[in-house]
Structures are given as structure tokens and as C-alpha cells.
Ligand binder design. Structure first.
Ligand SMILES: [Zn+2]
Length: 130
């Protein structure tokens, strides 16, 4: 096996594990076990760091950057969206620690597809209106 193949395998396994932990985390939140959900979130981060496999964007959005808990809207996270011209602003708030995550999407013409813009996405602000 060459190195590239090994790397691919590591990425596959890491992604698979992160996905499993993520789903377990969501279940834990739904059962009200937030401590467990945080442990899963920490494990996901650890796998990502150790293997240097980036968390898929869809998943990263739901792992609190501050307390590492898995966030589930309606349970331990609040989500707000606001349309601002062609941009869609999404604000998620971790109800466990109060951290506010911001994302901005630019809505493409023609498609209903949205593209996230990395960069200034996370910021802590407690003065935010609710
Ligand atoms: Zn949090």
C-alpha cells in the first residue's frame, strides 16, 4: 500500500467515526444527556485533530466551538435566519454555554443552493438581541 492509499483510508475511517459519534451525540441530546453529547463532540474534535481530517462543514456547524457539545436545534441550540438581500445570515446559539455562531450564505442565482463562506463566522457576542 502506498502512502496516498493509507491517507485515503485514514480519512475514510475518520469521517465514518465522526459521523457515527455525531449521530450518537444527537441522540444523546434528544435524551437530555448533554454531558454525553459534549463527550461525543470532544471525541469528534479529537479525531479530527489527530488525523488532521477536517470536519465536514455540515457537522462542524453543529459542534459548539466553545464547549464542544453537539447542538441540536429545538433542544440545546437556537437557530435564526435572516435574509439580507442575496445573503442569508444564520445565527446558531449554543444554549449550553451561550456561544453564538454566525454563518453567512450567499444565495446563488437560479439555484436555491447556498454556499457557506468561511472566514468571519464565529464570534462571541452576548449583547446580541434575541
Ligand atoms: Zn457551547
Amino acid at each position: 500500500m502506498n502512502r496516498r492509499r493509507v491517507r485515503e483510508l485514514i480519512e475514510d475511517i475518520a469521517l465514518e467515526r465522526m459521523e457515527i459519534l455525531f449521530k450518537l451525540g444527537i441522540e444523546a441530546v434528544k435524551h437530555g444527556d448533554y454531558e454525553l453529547a459534549r463527550r461525543y463532540g470532544e471525541l469528534i474534535r479529537r479525531i479530527s485533530m489527530r488525523t488532521r481530517v477536517k470536519l465536514p462543514r455540515e457537522m462542524k456547524r453543529w459542534v459548539c466551538k466553545y464547549c464542544h457539545i453537539i447542538m441540536v436545534p429545538g433542544f440545546n441550540a437556537r437557530v435564526r435566519t435572516r435574509r439580507d438581500g442575496r445573503a442569508l445570515r444564520v445565527v446558531t446559539k449554543c444554549l449550553s454555554c451561550g456561544w453564538i455562531h454566525r454563518y453567512q450564505f450567499v444565495v446563488k442565482k437560479g439555484h436555491g443552493e447556498a454556499q457557506g463562506s468561511p472566514g468571519k463566522v464565529e464570534k462571541r457576542e452576548s449583547s446580541e438581541q434575541s
